[in-house]
Design a protein around this ligand. Structure first.
Ligand code: NAI
Ligand SMILES: O=C(O)C(=O)C[C@H](O)C(=O)CO
Length: 259
């Protein structure tokens, strides 16, 4: 018997986890951590080449990773992806809704088409993914819905109008689904990251007028390292979090509690 039996509560062996937008950034780190705890992870992104590269990196590390490239904003591609999950993996235990797109513009500078496109990718797609995942989880007898939201939305600044609205919409969905599915052994939670030094933020991190300022306003004095998001996802996906439902787990180094 293990000398640390409680660690079994973080064992994800036998579980199949889909992490959207996981070819790089926070999604990749989350997928790697879930796989490191025993899950089979399905790597998603729009480009098959980047998905293949991420799968190869995980497989080379001895992890159980499979590619599932599709554009989450395309209904037809999403339907085909769920068909592949059913045919090739037979189950879906964890959905991490991680895709997020942003334009960093005022509402005045954002076209109606751009508003619809961002809300489609950041909110509607997440809702459809959760709907189709939950159908399968109900048939299986349980599962975990996790959405990657943001501290942006709770915190606001001029020049970033649509993304915060979509992220707050996701938070509302997370809570509604916690209420809807709680009786079916399906939990629904969010992780709200603060400022992480991922590829998409590389220009800001490197800009001497931005990077140090963002770091200095954080109680930790630094940007988050992408892998520092992963523990929250492992926890919410694991048996250890079986009674955590409808929660927003903020992972921001304390950014949002300091004034
Ligand atoms: N990096 C940060 O500091 C923060 C990130 N977040 C959120 O965390 C999530 C991940 O962020 P990062 O890794 O930094 O960003 P990222 O832009 O590197 O990751 C998003 C991934 O989703 C993919 N993607 C975008 N649209 C897609 C679509 N329609 N279909 C399939 N894949 C698509 C992208 O190719 C990319 O790989 C996003 O939802 C973001 O909004 C929230 C707060 C802070
Ligand atoms: O402070 C910003 O601006 C950020 O970009 C913060 C995070 O990087 C982010 O993407 C919040 O969703």
């Amino acid at each position: 018997m293990s000398t640390l039996p409680y660690l079994r509560n973080f064992d994800l062996t036998g579980q199949v986890a889909l992490v959207t937008g996981s070819a790089r950034g926070l999604g990749f780190c989350i997928a790697r951590a879930l796989a490191g705890c025993g899950a089979r992870v399905l790597i998603n992104g729009r480009s098959a080449a980047s998905v293949d590269a991420a799968v190869a990196e995980l497989a080379n590390a001895g992890l159980d990773a499979h590619g599932l490239p599709f554009d989450v904003s395309r209904d037809d591609e999403m339907q085909r992806a769920f068909q592949r999950i059913d045919d090739e993996h037979g189950r879906l235990d964890v959905l991490v809704n991680n895709v997020g797109a942003r334009n960093r513009k005022t509402l005045r500078d954002t076209s109606p088409a751009e508003i619809r496109e961002l809300i489609d990718t950041d909110l509607v797609a997440g809702m459809l993914l959760a709907k189709f995942a939950a159908e399968r989880m109900m048939r299986q007898g349980g599962g975990r819905l996790i959405a990657i939201t943001s501290v942006v939305g709770e915190l606001a600044r001029a020049g970033d109008a649509v993304y915060p609205a979509a992220k707050q919409g996701l938070t509302g969905m997370v809570r509604a689904l916690a209420a809807e599915f709680g009786g079916h052994h399906i939990t629904s939670n969010a992780i709200a990251p603060g400022t992480f030094a991922t590829e998409t933020n590389a220009t800001m991190v490197a800009d001497p007028n931005v990077g140090p300022r963002v770091a200095a306003r954080n109680p930790t004095g630094r940007w988050g390292e992408p892998e520092e998001i992963a523990g929250a996802a492992v926890f919410l996906a694991s048996p250890a979090a079986s009674y955590v439902n409808g929660h927003v787990l903020v992972v921001d180094g304390g950014l949002s509690i300091q004034f």
